[in-house]
Ligand binder design. Structure first.
Ligand code: FES
Length: 120
């Protein structure tokens, strides 16, 4: 059986990159392998290595937002912070946007917080 693959679209401040990734690929590792760091200038060197502890690998999910699986990522999603790329495995086509001007964690965006909640 052929390996299932997905399109990962990454929007950076400079360009939009499309990657073809295997099912289950870790988002942070995939970005780093492609030379696209989800980290800021300092956290590029000082981070938890993908353990879900430092919250410096956040990205905005633009399309097909997966449900958070990790407690830290659930809190971030609930309060409108960027999602932890190290805690997301790609199981469907996904579009993410890097957080521009990231100093450390990135700021919450009120509109995104409301958009993430189901409309009744
Ligand atoms: S790399 Fe530390 S939380 Fe993702």
């Amino acid at each position: 059986m052929a390996e299932q693959r997905h399109t990962l679209t990454v929007i950076t401040p400079e360009q939009t990159v499309t990657l073809d990734v295997p099912d289950g690929a870790n988002l942070r590792q995939t970005l780093l392998k492609a030379g696209i760091s989800p980290h800021g200038t300092l956290s590029r060197y000082a981070n938890c290595g993908g353990r879900g502890l430092c919250a410096t690998c956040g990205v905005w999910i633009e399309e097909n937002e997966p449900a958070p699986q990790h407690w830290h990522d659930r809190i971030g999603a609930a309060f409108g912070y960027p999602r932890l790329s190290c805690q997301i495995d790609v199981h469907a086509p996904l579009t993410v946007r890097l957080v521009p001007n990231k100093i450390m964690w990135g700021k919450p965006e009120r509109a995104r917080r409301y958009r993430a909640r189901p409309v009744e």
